[in-house]
Design a protein around this ligand. Sequence first.
Ligand SMILES: Cc1ncc(COP(=O)(O)O)c(C=O)c1O
Length: 460
Amino acid sequence: MKKILNRRQFLQTATQAGAGAMAFRYAALAGMLGSATVPNLLAAETDKPVKLGGKPVRKAAFPVWPVYDESEEQALLEVLHSKKWFRGEGQYVNHFEDAYIQKTGAKHCVATANGTSAVLAALGVLDVGPGDEVIVPPYTFVATINAVLMHHALPVFVDTDIDTFQIDATKMEAAISDRTVAMLPVHLGGGVSNLDTILDISKRRNLPVVEDACQAHLAEWRGKKVGNYGVMGCFSFQASKNLTAGEGGAVLTNDDEIAEKLYAFHNNCRARKTASFNFTYRGTRGANLRLCEFQAGILLAQMARLDQQYETREANATYLNQVLSQIPGIKVAKNYEGCTRNAHHLYMFRFDKEQFGGLPRAKFLSAMAAEGVPCSGGYSPLNTETFIKDALKSKAYQRIYPADVLANWAERTHCPVNDQLCNEAVWFTQSMLLGTRADMDDIVAAITKIRAYGADLAKA
Ligand SMILES: Cc1ncc(COP(=O)(O)O)c(C=O)c1O
């Protein structure tokens, strides 16, 4: 059983415990008692990292994702036995869209096959196409960029705000050219990009905003759910996401006309049926990007847990923020003041190797995994990816864009801050945040232990 110890009692306990497991348990609490040097002292009392012959902080797994029970089983069986497996016949996709509207406060929702197709459809509805430029962040999942490339538009990268990991909205206006047709900010990791600044640019420059909220289910900006601020907001329900059916997606909009265009785009240009077998075509192009009834059934069941799971993630993330902020060399990702709810899809911080005895990040990540605390280094710089350069060299791009536009693209989309972030970032997954307070203490303990032996680990 845990109890809060004062600093003296804590250090005594740590010494008596010897093997250190107990010391690690209390590391976080001691950190909160107010001394930034506590993690150093603690670690000196404890045994070595696994990489140096010690015992792991933990052997137990963190919570497994996805979470499900009989409600998902029941939904799947109901759809199965209904024999109505696609949205044209069944009611589950419609019910899910209604439920997501309820949860987000948006006027319309069109469910899609996945998040990539949500962004693809949103850009398609805006008629983004060859010759156009779309402003994007480099610190995102590659799908954001692929959705732009699929329309043969040019992604124009704007550097990252290193404190928040979000697109640096203060640099977006400078990236606008006479080819720019849309801005596609991403609400990364469950946080929210600086919507005040982005919407101000949008208004002044008359440029639509599509929010890529694929990682930010139920996140809020100034008390309103994300996805409601841009002309459209896109979501993913892929396996890793806080709301999941393995695959799936949705687009929110508050615009009646756009909602109908979206429906047609995701339904091979076929508008909503007005009477049986009475299709009309609309739009300029489209595809089958529909969610299926099985996925909608699972999503409806998953949604029942979303608020409770959010509360757990929020409590654990708040605790980690408080404790990890006291460890020199760890800089947790910040929220903008307008972000009133972070959905915590990822727990992200920056790792400063100089404060860890010169330990390279790759060695830190592998030492953490050895302690039983899995983490990753996150994204690599998308703006320098070869596949995008290859796209720009392709026949289509060469035909569409003037040579100087393609020649200047790399220089124009240089993102030095993002390069730095990509070298320093460390992520924990959202499912780890569904653990107990003791699980969070293990995360702290692993970091503390590795930091104390950083210089030795660097040499190992
Ligand atoms: C920011 C972002 N945009 C788009 C996507 C694409 O979503 P999906 O994988 O469902 O196609 C993802 C998925 O990880 C994402 O994180």
